[in-house]
Write a protein that binds this ligand. Sequence first.
Ligand code: DGY
Length: 348
Amino acid sequence: EVWNPSGKYRVISTKPMPGTRWIRLLTDQDCRVEICTEKKTILSVEDILALIGHKCDGVIGQLTEDWGEVLFSGLRRAGGTAFSNMAVGYNNVDVNAATKYGVAVGNTPGVLTETTAELAASLSVAASRRIVEADQFMRAGLYDGWLPHLFVGNLLKGQTVGVIGAGRIGSAYARMMVEGFKMNLIYYDLYQATRLEKFVTAYGQFLKANGEQPVTWKRAATMEDVLREADVISLHPVLDKTTYHLINKDSLSIMKKDAILVNCSRGPVIDEAALVEHLKVNPMFRVGLDVFEDEPYMKPGLAEMKNAIVVPHIASASKWTREGMATLAALNVLGKIKGYPAWSDPNR
Ligand code: DGY
C-alpha cells in the first residue's frame, strides 16, 4: 500500500498500523509511505531487506523483527538514517549496530503505560478470582447450582502486591492495585520510586483518616524479598542479559505456594520450562502471562495448566494506545529525516 507516491522521502512501515494520523504526519512532510501488507505475521530479515530495496530513508518496524547488523547496514546502504520500533521495548534492536551505521533508533514510551498496567491488573484479578477457569466451567455446561466452595479464590484487599521493576509501567500497575484493591506494596528496583512511595503514603493517610486500615509500602533490598513476601507479583523489568531467566526454578521455590505471578514484560524474563514444572506441582500457584519465552509458542504443558491464564501479547492493545504508538513511531522517523528532535530523544 503506497501513500503520497511522489513524496521525496521513502518511509516504510513493515506492518499496517492502527489509525491514519501517523500516515498523514508523514505524507504532509513530503514522505512517500509504503506499508507492507504481506500476510505472514513475522517478517524475516530477508523480507525486510527486500522491502528496504535500493533507496529508503526510514523504517517503522515491529518487536517481532530482528533489527541487527544486517538490517541496519542494509538500511544505511539504501541511504536510510532512521528506524523506530513500534514498541517501548527494544530488545529486538541492536542499538550498537544502528549507531555503527549511523541510524537513529526510536521507541514509543508513555502512551502504553496505563494500557499495559491495566492488563497486568486484569490478569492479577482474573488469576486471584479464577475467572478464566470459571468461564470455561460454565461454557462446558458443568454449573449445576451455587456451592459454598465453588471457585473460591483470594481476596486482594489487605494482601501484598509485589512489583519487580517500578518504572513507568510497574509504578502505574502498583498504583492501580494499591488504590483499586487496597493492597500493601513491596517493590524492587535499582532506583527509588519516590512518586509511587509518596502516593502510597498519602493514600494510606487518607484511608486512616476515614477509619480504614491504611496501606503500606516497602522498598525491598533484594528481589528475593519481594518473591518471599508478596501474594501477587508483577514483573516489569526490561529484558537484557541481567534479567534473562530472572524467574527460574530457585526463585519460584521461594515464592508463596499460593502466590500469583503476572508477566507483561518480556517472555525470557521467566524460565518458562521451570514455570510449567512449578505449576504442575503447586496447583494453588497461579500465573497470568501476556508474553512467552519463544513467542508465538508456549512451552509444552503450559496450555494444559488450569492455573495459568495465557493471552497473546496484548498488553498495549487498546485503540488509543496503538494509534499513539504508531504516531510516535512516525514522529521518531520523521524527526530524524527532517532534522526535528525525535519523540524518544532524551534531549528533546
Ligand atoms: C512494547 O511496546 O514493548 C510491548 O511489548 C508491545 O506494546
